[in-house]
Design a protein around this ligand. Structure first.
Ligand code: KIV
Length: 263
């Protein structure tokens, strides 16, 4: 497997090929993910939930993200490594640049930020300085208290139209990837069709350009398996085989199935 780049992912979308993304937080799992030939690894601020046992991602700090990014980077040279900018670390221009620099120097090759149209200037600020950006729309866990809980987003027509406008604004500002979380499958498809950059879905149906899952969820070892996820370790004898099976299921389109989707 060649090293993944943003342009190789863009070429995959153009060719109608799907790719797999998975979260990782440490060296050992990162190495298994490299062996399993997963294209993209995300050091998600979900580490607040699955590593630190917190009930949201809000307490996660930039230093914690940098620590886990360094460990993941040591285990994986092939996958594109994206790191989340945690809660309020991109509130001002100065904070955005300073914190993105910390994460890039820790080994990230792209940073992920949660938000829509309102975030376009921040995305532009980063990309014009050579820092690649992944957007994140739909259910944005850093805004859980504003959203009133972890709920499916974009069910109403107006909210769906706004999300499509958000994705287009992020793309115009220079984002090279977009994650869309917990939306009806029809909206996952519309979003993927609305932009040229690859759209990575989680609980967004089978028609996005890629899928992402939280590692602990897809191994069935998290406290509660979200309905949009699947335990791949159930049917396989090792963690590496389970991760490989996840990658293959995404590429062939057999995951997600109808039982993992929202209407
Ligand atoms: O933090 C995370 O793991 C994420 C994924 C759920 C997309 O943002």
């Amino acid at each position: 497997m060649k090293n993944t780049t943003a342009s190789s992912l863009s070429a995959m979308k153009a060719n109608g090929e799907k790719f797999a993304v998975i979260t990782a937080y440490d060296f050992t799992f990162s190495k298994l993910i490299e062996n399993a030939a997963i294209e993209v690894v995300l050091v998600g601020d979900s580490l607040g939930n699955v590593i630190q046992g917190r009930d949201s991602t809000i307490p996660v700090t930039v230093d914690e993200m940098a620590y886990h990014t360094e460990a993941v980077k040591r285990g994986n040279e092939r996958a594109l490594l994206i790191t989340d900018m945690p809660f309020m670390s991109y509130a001002t221009e100065a904070q955005t640049l300073e914190n993105a620099a910390v994460l890039m120097q820790a080994g990230a090759q792209m940073v992920k930020l949660e938000g829509g149209e309102w975030l376009a200037d921040t995305v532009h600020l980063l990309t014009e300085r050579g820092i690649p950006v992944c957007g994140h729309v739909g259910l944005t866990p850093q805004s859980v208290h504003k959203l009133g809980g972890y709920k499916v987003q974009g069910k109403e027509q107006q909210a769906a139209a706004q999300m499509i406008a958000d994705a287009k604004a992020l793309e115009s500002a220079g984002a090279e990837l977009i994650v869309v979380e917990c939306v009806p499958s029809s909206l996952g498809r519309e979003l993927s069709e609305a932009v040229d950059i690859p759209v990575i879905g989680i609980g967004a149906g089978p028609d996005t350009d890629a899928q992402v899952l939280v590692l602990q969820d897809m191994l069935g070892i998290s406290q509660r398996l979200p309905s949009f996820s699947k335990n791949f370790l159930d049917e396989h004898n090792s963690i590496e085989q389970a991760i490989t099976a996840y990658g293959n299921a995404v590429r062939t389109g057999s995951f997600p199935g109808p039982e993992h989707c929202f209407k």
